[in-house]
Design a protein around this ligand. Structure first.
Ligand SMILES: Cc1ncc(COP(=O)(O)O)c(C=O)c1O
Length: 456
């Protein structure tokens, strides 16, 4: 891993990879034992201990249940709350037209696609959505995947393999991290948003094909990658560029076309990944690219080849959502206005709101238990803002990750900020711990996190 200039160790060892073709090591890694034998009981006990340890560290996770569709107000575990952590940024998941399109598609096409895209799973509705997405993103062609996670796994694996080099931002989403690992390429992690470090890495490393990968809007911080500079570096160093627009599509750029379109760089990016599960309100994902690149993905992306095609209701729902976005681009502007409202109201409550204008607003808490306590405090006051802790974010940077949607009202967002302020003050009175620690803003976000890709 290119952790710092001058240090040229590889991340392969950290990613725990075994030699290709070594079947024994795979069995050992998978920890297989026969059901019902003594080993599995010991494993169960070990798992229980590990779970207790996670709870002790404030890192335990559990599933919370929502009744009904996503929206500004939901019933969470039986209690009405204001929802401040959904990625349904444009409020389209529950939109009548999106729901009706999904319902009609279920009746016409069936509930599932029945097979992989390459077996019998590609339906004309898949191609319709691919053509619409390609036009929306200003690219020649597009290919759908089962999810954003699978799209990153598939696309990175098709663009880099053993003997190649991938250059990856330290705060890239876990699906990119896992795509890098699975590709078995050499992975060079550059410091978050640090194009000097990227340039250094490109100068000093890079056997085989070279691929730069980055989120455009980062999922946990809401900051934006310096795309123009990254494009320039890719060009200068003969590297391909894959960008992930999961949190930018529908939120940024002309008509919500994303950060790449905002920077006018549509034709400078080799593979543009996006998800249907966030602003487009449904489920599934896509890669927009040249026709040749799409043909390459169809032939080489294992997550496409070996996985069932997206379900027709989700595809039809996404088509309807895309139509709504194109008909009503003002939703994107409303999202930005709402983001400003929440950011301003949080600042008025005394929070050190990190700079930026996107719909993702991190409130740094530092310690995982502090983040959990604040999440619970906010819930008691009727606001659900999820605590995000390692391994989703680096150790010591736990936070509440707030997300605004175009469906929130200004009043709801002001109310949420007040509830969060009360929760933070109550927590400080109880523990003496100020929130956020030091009120110093997001300087930790720039702190090098060299082990990140190895730990998430
Ligand atoms: C940047 C980024 N890429 C990809 C994904 C995965 O997308 P999906 O939820 O469609 O699997 C996410 C999900 O949170 C994400 O934040």
């Amino acid at each position: 891993m290119s952790a710092a200039p001058g240090e040229a160790t590889s991340q392969i060892a950290e990613h725990g990879m075994s030699a290709p073709g070594d079947a024994t090591s795979q069995i050992a890694e998978h920890g297989m034992s026969a059901p019902g034998d003594a080993t599995s009981q010991i494993a169960e006990h070990d798992i229980e201990l590990a779970l207790q340890e996670l709870e002790r560290l404030g890192l335990g996770r559990r599933l919370r249940t929502i009744e009904g569709p996503q929206g500004p107000r939901v019933t969470l575990d039986g209690r009405p709350v204001l929802l401040l952590c959904s990625n349904d940024y444009l409020g389209l998941a529950g939109h009548r037209r999106v729901r009706e399109a999904a319902a009609e598609a279920a009746l016409r096409w069936g509930a599932g696609a029945g097979a992989s895209r390459l077996v019998s799973g590609t339906m004309s509705i898949h191609r319709d959505l691919e053509r619409r997405l390609a036009a929306f993103k200003g690219r020649e062609d597009c290919v759908l995947f089962g999810s954003g996670y699978l799209a990153n796994l598939g696309a990175i694996g098709a663009l880099a393999g053993p003997g190649d080099s991938v250059f990856s931002d330290a705060l890239n989403h876990a699906s990119i991290v896992d795509g890098c690992r699975l590709s078995r390429a050499q992975i060079h992690v550059y410091r978050h948003l640090d194009t000097e470090h990227l340039a250094w890495s490109l100068r000093h490393h890079g056997s085989g094909r070279r691929l730069i990968v980055t989120d455009t809007v980062f999922s946990m911080d809401g900051d934006v990658a310096p795309l123009a500079e990254i494009v320039r570096l890719a060009r200068d160093h003969g590297a391909r560029l894959l960008v992930d627009e999961a949190h930018a599509t529908g939120a940024l750029g002309p008509g919500g076309r994303g950060a790449v379109a905002a920077a006018g760089l549509e034709h400078e990016v080799d593979a543009l990944v996006g998800t249907l599960g966030k602003a487009l309100g449904t489920y599934g994902a896509y890669v927009c690219a040249s026709a040749t690149m799409v043909r390459h993905l169809v032939n080489g992306a294992r997550a496409l080849i070996f996985s069932t095609a997206p379900a027709p209701p989700a595809v039809a729902g996404a088509l309807a959502a895309l139509e709504l976005l194109e008909e009503h681009p003002q939703r994107v502007a409303r999202l930005r206005t709402r983001a400003r409202t929440l950011r301003g109201a949080l600042a008025a409550e005394g929070f050190a709101v990190p700079a930026g204008e996107m719909q993702i607003v991190p409130l740094p808490a530092g310690d995982a238990r502090t983040a959990l306590a604040l999440c619970e405090g906010a819930l008691r006051r009727g606001v659900f803002a999820q605590a995000i802790r390692p391994p989703s974010v680096p150790k010591g940077t736990s936070r509440l990750r707030l997300t605004v949607t175009a469906a929130h009202s200004d009043d709801q967002l002001r109310h949420a900020a007040k509830a969060l302020g009360e929760a933070a003050r109550a927590h400080a009175n109880l523990t003496g711990i100020r929130f956020p620690p030091g009120m110093g803003g997001s300087s930790h976000l720039r702190t090098p996190t060299p082990n990140l890709a190895g730990t998430r």
